[in-house]
Ligand binder design. Structure first.
Ligand code: SF4
Length: 450
């Protein structure tokens, strides 16, 4: 059954807004006590008192229960706007609620609908972040997820002159995102390990550790040790999100640590190549990332490497070069061992690809269409990879605003120039030299003081 058929014949008969992620999947930030269903809806707080009494409250918050009630009634929870925007494009568009539901057996989807919305649900897939320690400070990230971003704000002060960033990503150090340091008593971490020991290790299909950079968190290594010492006790597959921005010796330490484990998958972010990738993902050395991906795959310790592409305004200039590289990886290591996903950035909205001029969007869309024309029937590609590239092509043609609360185009453009002017000064970078294809357009943006 293809993705669209799955939506039509499995999801929509349950309800036109049903998404299994609301029941079976969660992202939980233990450093701040926040959660969401998948990575698209905004995070919301978890009650400290509730998780102390009932660790499963880490996932089963009153807000999620209310969203489940809405989905069962065919209403659209506002936080899932990412999916509604894709589906409203028409053209048989397939949103992430299909991908996030299709990973579970169909009988489990029906079982979810039979659970009273007031009840707690056991997770099947979980993404968890222990803390925000990270050696990168990517342009589309912010201090809530990166300690290097915190240092940037502490050293240089807040970014100034931005008016469209309603979430104030770049104006303060987001201390609420890291309420506890490692080894300091953290009720959310305690609740997680309690839930893990009692229930989760037996029911969870996949545990994915994110960050910050998980390989810099002691809790990640603690969990790897748990898996090594308790082999056969848990059915959970371990997955780790890593920027792979490490010297070879650290990657080898990781390989040695996971070698006894039967099923580890590695997720890593990349959406451009070379100097452009290094500009977007500040802290990255592209060649080091490339070699670390090869080392991991050569070691045969990871089942697969998944490359997560976050499509922003700057990556489209070399995104097809990255796709070319990923196709080469697939041919060397196998179709299933190298996979990619294409996610379209919405926040901060001034970094969305929709901030680009119509001419630039057209140029990149044509480039992607050309790539698609050559690869649509390529057997090395998975269906979701073809569909997600096609979704991006449609998005560049049809969608005009990054999200419903986004500011109008002149304000986004102004913020784009404001941000990257300051980013260049703080990080010792040069926008025009790095993106010659965007230079004329960029130079033409006149900053207006708002
Ligand atoms: S944003 Fe989409 S995929 Fe995520 S929980 Fe909502 S409907 Fe599901």
């Amino acid at each position: 059954m293809n993705d669209f058929e799955f939506r039509q014949t499995v999801l929509d008969p349950i309800s036109s807004s049903f998404c299994a992620a609301k029941w079976y999947n969660a992202t939980i930030w233990l450093g701040s006590g926040q959660t969401t269903s998948c990575h698209h809806p905004p995070a919301h707080g978890v009650s400290q008192a509730e998780v102390t009494a009932r660790p499963s409250a880490l996932h089963n918050t009153p807000q999620k229960k209310d969203d489940r009630k809405k989905m069962l009634a065919g209403e659209r929870p506002a936080g899932c706007e990412y999916c509604w925007k894709i589906e409203d494009m028409g053209r048989d568009a397939v949103s992430d609620r299909v991908y996030k539901s299709k990973i579970y057996p169909i009988k489990d989807l029906h079982a979810a609908t039979a659970i009273p919305y007031t009840e707690d649900v056991n997770l099947k897939t979980l993404e968890i972040a222990f803390d925000r320690t990270c050696q990168f400070a990517c342009s589309y990230c912010n201090p809530a997820f990166s300690s290097t971003w915190v240092n940037d704000i502490k050293k240089h002060g807040p970014y100034t002159g931005l008016v469209s960033d309603g979430r104030n990503h770049f104006t303060h150090t987001h201390d609420g995102a890291q309420l506890y340091t490692f080894n300091q008593a953290n009720p959310y971490v305690d609740a997680f390990f309690k839930w893990w020991e009692t229930d989760l290790h037996a029911t969870l299909q996949e545990l994915r550790i994110t960050g910050g950079e998980p390989l810099m968190s002691g809790y990640t290594w603690k969990l790897i040790e748990w898996f090594k010492e308790n082999q056969g006790k848990s059915v959970t597959k371990l997955a780790i999100n890593s920027n792979l921005g490490f010297p070879l010796a650290k990657v080898k330490d990781f390989i040695d640590a996971i070698r006894p484990l039967p099923h580890v998958e590695l997720y890593t972010s990349m959406e451009a190549v070379g100097a452009q990738a290094e500009y977007i993902r500040d802290g990255l050395t592209y060649q080091e990332w490339f070699e670390n991906v090869c080392t991991l795959l050569d070691s045969n310790t990871v089942k697969a490497v998944h490359v997560m592409c976050t499509i922003n305004a700057l990556c489209l200039d070399s995104f097809t070069d990255l796709l070319h590289q990923l196709m080469e990886f697939k041919q060397i290591y196998g179709r299933g061992r190298v996979n990619f996903s294409v996610n379209i950035l919405r926040f901060p909205s001034f970094q969305s690809p929709l901030v680009l001029s119509r001419e630039l969007r057209h140029r990149y869309r044509v480039r992607l269409q050309d790539w698609m024309y050559r690869h649509r029937n390529n057997p090395w590609l998975h269906e979701h990879e073809i569909n997600q590239v096609q979704r991006l092509i449609d998005y560049l043609e049809v969608v005009e605003t990054p999200h419903s609360e986004a500011f109008d185009s002149p304000k986004l453009l102004n913020d784009f120039k404001q941000f990257y002017t300051q980013y260049d000064q703080r990080r010792g970078k040069d926008f025009g030299a790095t993106f010659p294809g965007l230079k004329e357009w960029y130079d033409g943006i006149q900053i207006q003081q708002q």
